[in-house]
Design a protein around this ligand. Sequence first.
Ligand SMILES: C[S@@+](CC[C@H](N)C(=O)[O-])C[C@H]1O[C@@H](n2cnc3c(N)ncnc32)[C@H](O)[C@@H]1O
Length: 262
Amino acid sequence: MSNPIAITDSHTSVREFYAERAKNSDRCCATGAAAGADSNTGGDAPSTNPFYAAELLDGIPEDVAAFTLGCGDAVSLAQLQPGETVIDLGSGGGLECFIASRQVGAKGKVIGVDMTPEMLAKAWANAARLKTTNVDFRYGFLESLPVADGTADVIISNCVINLSPDKPQVFREMFRALKPGGRIAVSDVVADGELSEEAKRDMTLWGGCYSGALDMGVYAQQLREAGFVDVKIEPKGAAADHIPGLQGKLFSVAITARRSLH
Ligand SMILES: C[S@@+](CC[C@H](N)C(=O)[O-])C[C@H]1O[C@@H](n2cnc3c(N)ncnc32)[C@H](O)[C@@H]1O
């Protein structure tokens, strides 16, 4: 385990933002825009999921399957194998964990980590409905993961790392939590260049997965500095073309890397 972190104003405002989403089952953010899906305009919750193929959602209750705050399919990117242990960073309502739990099977395990109590409550309630036996949701922070060193074969995350105020610390924690030879599969939002200080100070834009986005090259470099090898970042689509001042600057991406065996 690592040391507890100092909770920043950024964590607090992101947590408030996602507590509201959990209570109202609202979608939001860069997430919807990246896939041409509904953005958070209020009103009824959407009933389809723009990121996951229908067969992955088969048998999952419609409201659980539709509640996505992500920006891609981090689970398929991970190419999970039966028996693997997976950590999902920022597990939200739990959908990634439920899809992953079926792929790793009874001998595998999935640990979802989230800092928002309302999201954890939603994920726990969903797990009870799905009667999962290999999924564990834990309260905790990406910057200080509530797991022992070398716990996971795979770390997945869907549109969360951009929200962290200390990404180098998140990458160090991911490295620590992986077994040697383990891998990461991340959907996230990144920037082409540095965003303005004004945008970065706007906590609504930050909470919506926009202004916390790191430049793509800096992201790759910080992963390497944390010890990762074979870092690949593949652009998937524009993420903020409806936001004045951010048009053409943000992209949803698929990121893979691994911790070497030695
Ligand atoms: C954009 S949502 C994504 C949720 C889920 N992965 C999905 O695709 O629906 C971000 C989630 O990450 C959590 N989160 C954000 N920053 C975090 C941090 N630093 N530590 C732990 N959880 C965090 C939020 O509480 C929220 O549930």
